[in-house]
Design a protein around this ligand. Structure first.
Ligand SMILES: Cc1cc2nc3c(=O)[nH]c(=O)nc-3n(C[C@H](O)[C@H](O)[C@H](O)COP(=O)(O)O)c2cc1C
Length: 335
């Protein structure tokens, strides 16, 4: 979408679809893309799609909600870049509803800082390989921590030396616990998909059945653990994103903070990937706090650095599949 003020936007002319197309470039666990959108009179709601939950990996839908929070941040950024101000209501239909946020377009100036992040929506990708041997400056780390704080979360660095070694150990332990569990392996295998299906962890079509079979059948926890521990030790920066509370509202804040950090990082040429195992495995989560002095509730463990080459974009489903039909609503009036 062209940046700057766009006039006369309706569902019919595709502007809302354009906004949603940018929104869904957000990261999500296993690339489940667990979101839906409901056009409203004068706005749009972001809904959690619980059919895409990961009951073994994420029994409380914590990561599902964080993923939707990332999408919400993209929606905010894309809306600002389209020249629109808005009001945002989180959990507008109560704690238990699948409605996570309602955005209502408003008169007024768009948020210039949010708009300035828009170019990064397309350039942010998860980088799972080793990073280039280039250090990430303390100024950058401080700027990213301020971004997280702006969204009600905290980004703490895990320093090289003992804390880093301890974090790497917890990552490897997390891998061992997860891979030992056949139901966890089955769930992961189910999200290994041929690229043409547009979701999940995409692999070339002919490889998909074999990759799924291997993941489903073999406990590779020791090998994966050694590899991940090395990634944790070698990462230019390793950081924990945490929140004071550990409820749905906190996960929504964590997601928005995560995506703001990732977009800002991408604009500086940085990319991230995740070593969330010690957060996902319930028994290890408190140890992450004790051993590393993480304050509050850890939500995401991130490696950050400069990728060695241009990352490849992962697939996304079509916008038309994600928009709820709203009886009687002809125009969402994004004007
Ligand atoms: C809440 C959350 C948790 C994630 N956890 C992991 C993880 O444990 N391991 C991993 O490799 N990637 C993880 N990811 C990254 C996703 O797999 C990635 O976002 C998705 O495959 C889409 O790719 P992209 O980020 O390059 O667009 C996570 C992403 C989110 C938002």
């Amino acid at each position: 979408m062209a940046e700057g003020r766009v006039d006369s936007m309706t569902m019919a002319d595709g502007a809302l679809q354009e906004l949603i197309a940018r929104t869904i470039r957000a990261p999500s666990s296993h690339n489940t893309q667990p979101w839906r959108f409901r056009p409203e009179r004068g706005g749009v709601s972001v809904l959690a799609d619980r059919e895409r939950r990961l009951p073994v990996n994420d029994p409380a839908d914590r990561e599902l909600t964080i993923s939707c929070g990332c999408a919400l941040m993209n929606l905010r950024v894309a809306t600002a870049a389209a020249g629109r101000a808005y009001r945002l209501d989180l959990l507008p239909e109560g704690e238990r509803s699948s409605s996570l946020a309602r955005m209502t377009w408003q008169d007024g100036a768009p948020d210039a800082e949010d708009a300035s992040l828009a170019s990064a929506i397309e350039t942010r990708h998860t980088w799972r390989e080793r990073f280039a041997p280039i250090s990430v400056s303390s100024e950058v780390v401080e700027a990213l921590a301020a971004m997280a704080e702006q969204e009600g979360a905290r980004l703490q660095e895990i320093e090289q030396g003992k804390p880093r070694r301890e974090a790497a150990r917890l990552v490897a332990q997390g891998d061992a616990v997860q891979w030992r569990d056949p139901s966890w392996r089955r769930e992961l295998a189910g999200w290994i998909r041929p690229r043409r299906l547009r979701d999940g962890l995409a692999v070339p079509g002919p490889v998909a059945p074999f990759a799924r079979m291997v993941v489903r059948t073999f406990d590779m926890g020791q090998r994966v653990g050694r590899h991940d521990a090395q990634l944790a030790e070698d990462a230019p920066r390793l950081m924990v994103l945490s929140t004071n509370g550990d409820e749905r509202i906190d996960w929504l804040h964590a997601g928005q903070a995560l995506e703001r950090v990732l977009l800002a990082a991408s604009q500086l040429g940085l990319q991230a990937s995740y070593l969330n195992q010690p957060v996902q495995v319930a028994s290890l989560r408190p140890r992450l706090c004790d051993a590393l002095g993480v304050r509050g509730h850890p939500q995401i463990l991130l490696r950050l650095g400069y990728p060695q080459r241009e990352p490849v974009a992962s697939p996304r489903r079509r916008v038309a599949e994600l928009v709820e039909p709203v009886p009687g609503l002809i125009r969402s009036s994004f004007i």
